[in-house]
Ligand binder design. Sequence first.
Ligand SMILES: C[S@@+](CC[C@H](N)C(=O)[O-])C[C@H]1O[C@@H](n2cnc3c(N)ncnc32)[C@H](O)[C@@H]1O
Length: 284
Amino acid sequence: MNAGQASRSAMSAAVARGTHRLWDKPPWIVDDPFALILVGPGWEEFATASRALVSPEIFRRGHAGVQIRSRYAEDRLLEGGYGQYVILGAGLDAFAWRRPDLRGSVRVFEVDHPATQAWKRERAATLGLPASDEHVFVPVDFDTEDLGLRLETAGFDWSRPALFSWVGTTMYLEADAITDTLGIVARCARGSEIVLSYNLAWEFMDESGRAFLTAITPAAADQGEPIKNSFAPAEMEALAARAGLAVAAHPTAGEFDIRYCAGRTDGLRPFALERLVSLRRPTT
Ligand SMILES: C[S@@+](CC[C@H](N)C(=O)[O-])C[C@H]1O[C@@H](n2cnc3c(N)ncnc32)[C@H](O)[C@@H]1O
């Protein structure tokens, strides 16, 4: 990331969530009424720039993927009844504000690069969004800082199971940061889980995924967020096993199409590029 500058990919992802309400038909896969106001009046520029990169059909598939990755992590949080939710690389995710129904039952730790998080906190203060002891901000550079130590200082409870989400972020990191983070989840209470997304290796993508990646790779590098890695599904599973985590679920784009897009009348559906996997510290 460019020194001292908030992540532009975080802004684009927030714009994707915010425009889901404007461009697509309900039911929304994720409903984020805060995304566009957090980005601010410049959101339309981000929307225009993203749309200019690829054909409308491929753009829509990327747009679907941003909704699905957040929704899936949140479904796992609720299905597992976790009391701690650690959002790694949170960007402008407004989870703590858009889910007031979970206040008091889920403690939210937002972890992000210090530059992005400082920008978000300032913006939230300007907008008057509520602060809470149950919504904790933890600035961490995954490539250079100790996530475990930072979480501990922030009041993370290692004895209670937690759900970590880490979507849209691993592809911007050095491989060591991914291994280290999986190791931290493996140190958490039994039953703790991480839902992460990673970029598929070229041969595992579909044509639309390849076209999208080809278009966004130079744009990402230009904005100081170069894409650094990709994995075969078996490689990701081996990485998890070495860290002591079991694969709880490793759904494909086709499975998400059925799960979240069946019956949609706006044609929104995902492609195979950013794959989600759910990894868990075994209960025994
Ligand atoms: C594409 S955004 C995804 C944001 C969010 N998860 C979402 O889906 O809206 C990538 C996020 O990774 C974060 N990031 C990139 N490099 C990082 C690093 N070295 N340490 C911590 N966070 C980093 C950025 O600050 C940004 O919030």
